[in-house]
Write a protein that binds this ligand. Structure first.
Ligand code: AMP
Length: 208
């Protein structure tokens, strides 16, 4: 199964992708994770994109498309994949359509107030990347990862000013993809407000 997860930042695409990849037996590819890993490892790509990610802007279409194209050519994608955070512009969607045929695009729908509260309360483990939320999924010991004991931090792009920029960029650049994929008959809307396990059940129904 070849899937795209579409939706605003904070809609829970990443969390759902982690659950769905096992349920559907597909590879989870998150362009955000790829960029963050490069930043963490100090690669030339990481150095190039760090300021862009911190501010909440978008990496260039050219760079992003090349990365995804290379990744999709790897053997583990043959059995299917789930793209989380790509495409984010019509240019990226058009490029993807030239080299891949998708089965479905899932559109995670969530109210803007809920998005802001989800993003601003989000914390991640600096060491292992596990995600928490100050109120919805708090760690057992404040500031400490339940899994590895690492320090929990707030992503720079989850700070208030970056959240606003990410929402602005989403509305201007990514939201048009909803219409784009709907006209192609690929879009499936899903309510992203329930708990992740509930959303997963709905996802299984919607995708058959
Ligand atoms: P995410 O984890 O999906 O919220 O992505 C974090 C950041 O990575 C975004 O705010 C962008 O700066 C960058 N990014 C991720 N995916 C893309 C993409 N498809 N196109 C451009 N920039 C991206």
């Amino acid at each position: 199964m070849k899937l795209v997860f579409l939706g605003p930042p904070g809609a829970g695409k990443g969390t759902l992708a982690s659950l769905a990849k096992d349920a559907f037996g597909v590879v989870h590819i998150s362009t955000g994770d790829i960029f963050r890993a490069n930043i963490k490892n100090g690669t030339p790509l990481g150095l190039k994109v760090k300021a862009i990610l911190d501010s909440g802007g978008l990496v260039s279409d050219e760079t992003t498309i090349e990365i995804v194209k290379d990744r999709l050519m790897q053997a583990d994608c043959k059995a299917g994949y789930l793209l989380d955070g790509f495409p984010r512009t019509v240019v990226q969607a058009e490029a993807l359509a030239t080299f891949e045929k998708l089965d479905s695009v899932v559109n995670f729908v969530l109210d803007e107030n809920v998005i802001v509260s989800r993003l601003s309360g989000r914390r991640v483990c600096k060491a292992c990347g596990t995600g928490f939320h100050l109120t919805a999924m708090p760690p057992q010991k404040p500031g400490t990862c339940d899994k590895c004991g690492g320090e929990l931090i707030q992503r720079k792009d989850d700070e208030a000013s970056s959240i606003q920029e990410r929402l602005r960029v989403y509305a201007a650049q990514t939201e048009p993809l909803i219409h784009w994929y709907r006209t192609k008959g690929l879009l499936k809307d899903i309510d992203a407000s329930p708990q992740p396990t509930e959303v997963l059940k709905e996802l299984k129904k919607v995708l058959g």
